[in-house]
Design a binder for this molecule. Structure first.
Ligand code: PLP
Length: 400
């Protein structure tokens, strides 16, 4: 008998995690690798947050907590929504888990029956389809190419909705494309969703603070309050507060879904680390002034990388509006031959040949459901980005 379940056997491993593993292996073997695969801020967690964690340990806050978050953190999350999004949530509408990733998994576990469909615009964050599949969901991928700014169009949404649609996912700013919906674009999608009362909306706002060119962040619950009883907001402290390792994410939405999510979490991980929860209260309520400085750095790096890659032969790069990724097209390199003899038939060939020939690790577009592209993380030191761009240009120039 097969030991591994069909469900898990058919699951993809996170491409970004695989690239990171490869970078570690090659570096250990003595290769000079520039790794731009992983999606986390290169800035350290701010000191006030670290101190709050230390204080909580000495105050003995090291025991089990309530399942989906301590009262102080739920209250801090509710205040964050009031302050930043003009949205009011009771604490019974808020759930805290071990990262945005667990919030998404809990929501799917709590709501999906076999065959339920989840509309996922591509390019998408790699976790959505596989997280849904674990719980019997069927991803419905809608291609949103560069020519439409990597954004879901209202007619595409309408065409993708069926009687089985359980969720549509909106991720803005997007990982991997940086596409960011403005209020009008969200209103246009909401106009379709109002007509289809059985469709729930999962809006992944985890990059909400990282928006560029003085843009204002908009979230669908705010522009379309009539959808409030069907919206689950996914967010967390990982990206904004440079806390990826602390594992705190939160969700806000309808009470019945939040209650069911807590039931799932109560039978799996119980709650995230008590210490991380106390640190996250400080993250949300303490000094926020460094966020703007980080965003300026991400914007400067975005400008540099887009400029450099646009000058590379065969690469076409759209200017991301938010997040810390660039998602260029490598269509102009497909069919060419790399210096190591590889014929570039796919974006995965491009990524592997780039790694082998020039030692630059990026993630190929197929992993995000839209080819031929690749994703570069711009949350990296300026020198590292400069070196990577130089090598990518060299690689592209050497293709025949
Ligand atoms: N959503 C998006 C779009 C992401 O890119 C990530 C992390 O890469 C997450 C959610 C989850 O982050 P975490 O589980 O660290 O909170």
């Amino acid at each position: 008998m097969k030991r591994i379940s069909d469900r898990v056997d058919g699951m993809a491993q996170s491409a970004a995690i695989l690239v990171d593993q490869k970078v570690r292996e090659l570096t250990a073997a003595g290769r000079d690798i520039v790794g731009l695969g992983s999606g986390e801020p290169d800035f350290d967690t701010p000191d006030n947050i670290k101190q709050a964690a230390i204080d909580s340990i000495w105050a003995g806050k090291t025991k089990y907590t309530s399942v989906d978050g301590i009262a102080e953190l739920k209250s801090a999350v509710a205040q964050k929504f009031e302050r930043e999004n003009s949205l009011s949530f009771k604490t019974s509408q808020i759930s805290v888990g071990a990262g945005g990733k667990q919030i998404i998994a809990n929501a799917f576990a709590a709501t999906l029956n076999p065959g339920d469909e989840i509309i996922i615009p591509a390019p998408y964050w790699v976790t959505y389809p596989d997280s849904a599949k674990i719980w019997g969901g069927e991803p419905v991928i809608v291609a949103c190419p560069q020519s439409q700014g990597f954004k879901l169009m209202p007619d595409q949404l309408e065409a993708a909705i069926t009687d089985r649609t359980s969720w549509v996912i909106i991720n803005s700013p997007s990982n991997p494309s940086g596409a960011t919906y403005d209020a009008d674009e969200l209103r246009a999608l909401a106009k379709i969703l109002v007509k289809h009362r059985h469709v729930n909306i999962m809006t992944d706002d985890i990059y909400e603070h990282i928006v560029f060119d003085d843009r204002t962040f908009a979230t669908i619950g705010n522009v379309a309050p009539e959808l409030a009883d069907r919206i689950l907001i996914v967010n967390g402290v990982s990206k904004t507060y440079c806390m990826t390792g602390w594992r705190i994410g939160y969700g806000a939405g309808p009470e019945d879904i939040i209650r069911a999510m807590a039931k799932v979490q109560g039978q799996t991980t119980t709650h995230p680390s008590s210490i991380s929860q106390h640190a996250s209260v400080e993250a949300l309520m303490g000094d926020q002034s460094y966020i703007g400085k980080h965003v300026s750095a991400y914007q400067r790096r975005r400008d540099f990388v887009v400029g450099e890659l646009s000058a590379a032969e065969g690469i076409d790069c759209l200017m991301p509006e938010g997040a810390f990724y660039v998602y260029p097209s490598c269509a102009g390199t497909i069919g060419k031959i790399a210096p190591n003899g590889t014929v570039l038939e796919t974006d995965e060939d491009f990524a592997l040949a780039l790694l082998e020939c020039e030692g630059v690790a990026i993630v190929h577009g197929a992993a995000f459901g839209l080819s031929p592209h690749f994703r570069i993380t711009t949350a990296a030191a300026d020198e590292k980005l400069a070196e990577a761009c130089k090598r990518i240009r060299q690689f592209c120039a050497a293709l025949t």
